[in-house]
Design a protein around this ligand. Structure first.
Ligand code: C2E
Ligand code: CA
Ligand code: CA
Length: 528
């Protein structure tokens, strides 16, 4: 159940690690599109307002020129000539004319005789001009003109709304209008503009942008006239801008999400890795020691125990052959040895003083430990704290043959009263010749040699040589991995003093070790 929950949490975390940057990139593209549309509609509205102002100026200019002229007959040849020059000179004025009785009497095109009926005006502007929004004229049937007639003097300006409203190619998909602020009357527009979505035009000046039904709108108010330019871009234009932004932003988000997922997976793998868990075990005190009895072969009595590291992780025992080499490779061994010594001191408190004084406790040190200048002092301090007199330090032969520093520390350990053993003897350099040159106290014959006893293998024959040579140079011998009575008898017959192995007892917690010692009272002071 715990595993399932952990898996669900991991999956959810990975999904989140991916979705978050992707989601953020989509949201950012949306914001970019929004900003872009806001800018675009704002620019279009400004451009429209600018045109409207130019048009207003041109109308005012024409009015002034016609007033100055003040011919009696507004449709005099001179006036018509003036109208023509005004229409040609002003970019937004198609025509300038004179209206009387609702009829266009004359214009820059000439005298229209009876005049042309304009029909009722659409509305009157705030400054009193009459506005006809769409007037067809006989001399330009295909067009509809926007006609502004001065209420007081009757002169009109004729404008083609497209010229004002077709701002640029970029404005094609936008609805555009010029709106009277005071009346909310649409003055001229291209494409039906939905003023319902527009915020109330409450302000006389300033700009407004808003969003309605997915479309973006902008209003620019004229500071000098009673109108405002309104531009509403379409939903499809907004979506296109969003897509455009997403095309370069979302791949970034996806890449970032994928990178995060990879990093998270790496981290998870690392956390699940043995080394990471070993670090946690060192912090969380998940390590313990088990004690394997060492017996005197002749009497069968216990003379000591080898302290062996144990690691229980989530109810599962991790063999030392897995985590000790790992700790050695990744520079954790000194820490582990420190923990081993602490555990040894704590466990030894359970030993009755007379037992502690008689027995040997054997510990394993790695090459890295033996290269530590402080090791002899550390082990010595542990021995003092233990109250155990006999401490045997086990190191493999390869380690002992290493650098001077190691040899120096071995000497130091022995000076301080500890005994030193060559562990797994025979498996390393396999040369018996150097045996006498090493200043140690004991060898531990490797289990592989002991299991070979009684077989015809080479190792079986080598055992007796090892034993003989050790005796010759005055080293004590402990045989490891003794599993059968036959092995024990053979070793005893050959003069091996000590042994350990499943025949005598497996590694056990200190509590059990003490209980068994006290039950049998079968311990013996070690003479090593
Ligand atoms: P080692 O020092 O050679 O320890 C003897 C190993 O042989 C132990 O395995 C022990 O349980 C096993 N053994 C002893 N008698 C028998 C037997 O009769 N039959 C069988 N099949 N096995 C037997 P363990 O406890 O798994 O330890 C493995 C190795 O881990 C040790 O080999 C030692 O090199 C290392 N180790 C254990 N504790 C420590 C420690 O505290 N520090 C260091 N540096 N190394 C340690
Ligand atoms: Ca050992
Ligand atoms: Ca060994």
């Amino acid at each position: 159940m715990r595993g399932l929950t952990a898996r669900i949490v991991i999956c959810a975390t990975l999904a989140l690690a991916f979705m978050l940057p992707v989601g953020v990139s989509i949201w950012m593209s949306y914001r970019v599109a929004l900003a872009e549309q806001r800018l675009r509609t704002g620019i279009l509205a400004s451009q429209l307002l600018h045109r409207a102002h130019t048009l207003s100026d041109q109308i005012a200019g024409a009015r002034r020129a016609l007033l100055r002229r003040a011919d009696r007959d507004p449709c005099s040849a001179g006036n018509i000539g003036l109208m023509r020059s005004l229409a040609i000179g002003a970019s937004y004025l198609q025509d300038v004319g004179y209206v009387e009785g609702g009829k266009l009497r004359c214009s820059s095109y000439g005298n229209l005789g009876d005049g042309y009926e304009l029909g009722p005006a659409d509305y009157q502007s705030s400054r009193g001009a009459w506005i006809h929004k769409a007037v067809k004229l006989p001399f330009s049937e295909s067009r509809k003109f926007f006609v502004i007639t001065e209420g007081d003097i009757g002169y009109s300006s004729l404008v083609m709304p497209e010229l004002i409203l077709d701002i640029s190619e970029a404005s094609r998909d936008a609805a555009i209008a010029l709106v009277a602020v005071s009346t909310r009357q649409v003055i001229m527009q291209r494409d039906g503009i939905d003023l319902a979505g527009m915020p109330p035009l409450i302000r006389e000046h300033g700009d407004v942008t808003w969003r309605h039904d997915g479309a973006m709108g902008a209003v620019k108010f004229s500071a000098t006239h009673d109108y405002a330019a309104v531009v509403v871009s379409s939903v499809s234009a907004f979506n296109a801008a969003w897509r455009k932004a997403a095309i370069w932003l979302v791949p970034f988000g996806t890449l970032l999400g994928a990178t995060l997922v990879m990093l998270a997976m790496l981290r998870i793998r690392q956390r699940n890795g043995l080394l990471w868990q070993l670090d946690r075990a060192l912090r969380a005190h998940e390590l313990s020691l088990a004690y394997m009895p060492i017996v005197e072969l002749r009497s069968g009595k216990w003379v000591g125990a080898e302290a062996l590291m144990r690691w229980q992780r989530d109810g599962e025992w991790i063999p030392p052959d897995r985590f000790i080499p790992l700790a050695e490779r990744h520079r954790r061994i000194r820490k582990l040895t420190g923990r081993m010594l602490d555990l040894l001191v704590a466990d030894a408190q359970a030993l009755p003083p007379e037992v502690a004084a008689a027995l040997y406790l054997s510990i394993n040190l790695s090459a890295e430990d033996l290269a530590d200048a402080a090791i002899a002092q550390r082990v010595h301090a542990a021995r003092e704290a233990c109250g155990v007199d006999g401490i045997l330090v086990e190191a493999t032969e390869g380690v002992l043959l290493q650098a001077d520093r190691v040899v120096h520390n071995i000497d130091r350990l022995r000076e301080l009263g500890m005994r030193v053993a060559i562990d797994d003897f025979g498996t390393g350099y396999s040369s018996l010749s150097y045996l006498g040159s090493l200043d140690v106290d004991c060898i531990k014959i490797d289990k592989s040699f002991v299991s070979a006893i009684g077989t015809q293998s080479v190792r079986g024959h080598v055992v007796s040589h090892i034993i003989d040579m050790a005796r010759d140079v005055g080293l004590a011998v402990i045989a490891e991995g003794v599993e059968t009575q036959a092995q024990a008898e053979y070793l005893a017959a050959r003069g091996v003093q000590y042994a350990q192995g499943w025949l005598f007892g497996k590694a056990m917690p200190m509590r059990e070790f003490v209980a068994r010692l006290q039950a049998d009272r079968a311990y013996h002071a070690c003479q090593m």
